[in-house]
Design a protein around this ligand. Structure first.
Ligand code: COA
Length: 166
């Protein structure tokens, strides 16, 4: 497994492949895909532009198979500052091998380096696999809006599970 934070040029070159990974990963969860087919590249571009240094791509055998997008300076609707994990996606053929967890570790490290004390995300209420992964990683459910569950990892609390534990 190799992890790359792509330059803008690399990102543009990778974009069609990343869109393919995204569409495959959400194939069975279409209600939770933020973008419909045809809009995926635009959505991924928005994720990247929002914080290019918080965009992590995992390669296996020189192929991009997973990615995560974190915005290190994100304000929620109340105006609270936090890091937001906007997207976490692993190609179905590569799931269950610890790549999702590795990307969570990188997201958390990035949030800490940015000086944030909270890593926030929204996940589909029936996306049990992702919810289980987040809970094992120390995220807590803090609310719900429509079909979306909000989860937060408190980065100031050493009691919570961190990278490598679970
Ligand atoms: C959620 C997702 C990112 C997990 O990635 P992954 O690389 O498979 O995750 P990991 O291999 O690191 O596994 C971590 C945990 O996921 C769960 N998990 C992994 N494989 C699983 C399987 N085959 N069935 C059920 N749960 C599984 C387990 O809880 C596992 O923890 P463990 O290793 O302690 O048993 C991936 O399934 C995915 O891309 N899903 C579609 C997109 C999505 O829903 N993204 C989240 C948006 S909020």
């Amino acid at each position: 497994m190799q992890v790359v934070v792509p330059s803008s040029r690399q990102f543009r070159r990778l974009l069609p492949k990343l869109a393919e990974v995204y569409e495959l990963a959400y194939r069975d969860l279409p209600e939770y895909a933020e973008a419909r087919p045809g809009e995926v590249e635009g959505y991924l571009n928005w994720l990247y532009r929002g914080d290019p240094k918080g965009f992590f791509v995992v390669f296996e055998d020189s192929r991009p198979v997973a990615f995560a997008a974190v915005h290190g300076e994100w304000y929620d609707w109340r105006g609270d500052l936090m890091a937001e994990l906007h997207e976490l996606v692993v190609h179905p053929d590569y799931q269950g091998r610890g790549i999702g967890r590795k990307l969570l570790e990188l997201a958390e490290e990035y949030a800490r380096q940015a000086g944030r004390d909270k890593l926030d995300l929204w996940v589909g209420e029936r996306n049990e696999r992702a919810i289980r992964l987040y809970e094992k990683f120390g995220f807590k459910r803090v609310g719900q809006w429509r079909i979306w569950v909000r989860m937060v990892k408190d980065l100031t609390n050493p009691q919570q599970a961190g990278p490598g534990s679970g």
